[in-house]
Design a protein around this ligand. Structure first.
Ligand code: SF4
Ligand code: SF4
Length: 297
């Protein structure tokens, strides 16, 4: 039995690949993008979220577990000592605590996902693995993708491709469509905003292009961080052997509240204007690349 750690499953998604999709969010990511909208998936283990505005200071959690303390400064939480057992979450009367991350067997999850097959068949949809980074759990991803494939369900994977050649070779043959993020071309820019080099990412993209794999590129657009890279990204995509479609994702701040609940501070960036997004799209169109701006039909 192959188990994986996921934060959840979202049904009836229309932005994670073709048709109506069910998206599975896997835990663990090797990148730390400053604008991450799913920070609760960053770590491989379960993570506790605490929403102070909901807390009524009843002290139930502190009586149950030494990780919680109620003092004159209110509620404090020792996250390093938390084992993710979830006891405090079930006991909290105000729903101020949430646990993100649970183990699930691939076989069981595949059966559950197949229940939506009628929607997949009617819309040309399927299942998308997202995260986090699904390549961080290669055995689980393979087992799940293999089972879905055997049931005739279309599979996609939202990935940074920041992984070893061996992992890419093991997992990607089971994925019908790779949704690959490109955040920057200059290594220093990539390092500054994601914490890792993009050298393996660009190398893996070139290799998969040579292997004739179906890909779609996703470019998050954050004016203060990577929009100066758009021309270079368009040039890189335009020089690949195949013509892949591109989706531009304008920055949004959905990750900030979750980050705060995780005890972290995430910077806030400017939301790009329609004009900035149009200009970015033009860089791709000018090279004959099909491009869409997310949220614009
Ligand atoms: S999840 Fe378990 S270990 Fe973590 S704070 Fe709650 S009760 Fe304590
Ligand atoms: S149990 Fe919930 S409401 Fe009560 S102190 Fe703990 S976090 Fe706050």
């Amino acid at each position: 039995m192959t188990q994986g750690m996921i934060t959840g499953v979202k049904r009836f998604e229309i932005h994670d690949g073709p048709g109506i999709r069910t998206t599975v969010f896997l835990k663990g990511c090797p990148l730390r993008c400053l604008w991450c909208h799913n920070p609760e998936t960053n770590l491989p283990g379960a993570q506790l979220l605490y929403y102070p505005d909901r807390c009524i200071g009843c002290g139930t959690c502190a009586r149950l577990c030494t990780c919680h303390k109620i003092g004159k400064d209110g509620h404090t939480l020792d996250r390093m000592a938390c084992t993710g057992c979830g006891m405090c979450v079930s006991a909290c009367p105000a729903k101020a605590l949430q646990l993100r991350g649970r183990y699930v067997p691939a076989e069981e999850l595949a059966e559950e996902l197949a229940e939506d097959r009628i929607f997949f068949d009617a819309s040309g949809g399927g299942v998308t693995l997202s995260g986090g980074e699904p390549l961080m759990q290669p055995l689980f991803s393979v087992e799940l993708l293999k089972r879905l494939g055997e049931m005739g369900i279309h599979t996609a994977m939202d990935t940074s491709l920041y992984a070893s050649e061996a992992v890419i070779a093991r997992v990607t043959p089971f994925v019908r469509l790779l949704l690959v993020d490109i955040k920057a071309i200059d290594e220093q820019v990539h390092l500054r905003y994601t914490g890792v080099s993009n050298e393996p990412i660009l190398r893996n993209i070139r290799r998969l292009d040579q292997d004739n794999r179906a890909m779609e590129f996703r470019v998050p657009c954050i004016p203060e961080c990577n929009m100066g890279q758009i021309e270079k990204i368009a040039e890189f995509v335009g020089l690949l052997k195949h013509r892949y479609p591109v989706k531009l994702l304008p920055y949004h701040d959905f990750g900030n509240a979750k980050s705060q609940a995780l005890g972290r501070k995430q910077p806030r960036f400017k939301i790009p204007s329609d004009q900035e997004m149009e200009q970015a799209a033009e860089a791709f169109r000018a090279r004959g690349i099909a491009v869409k701006v997310s949220g614009k039909g």
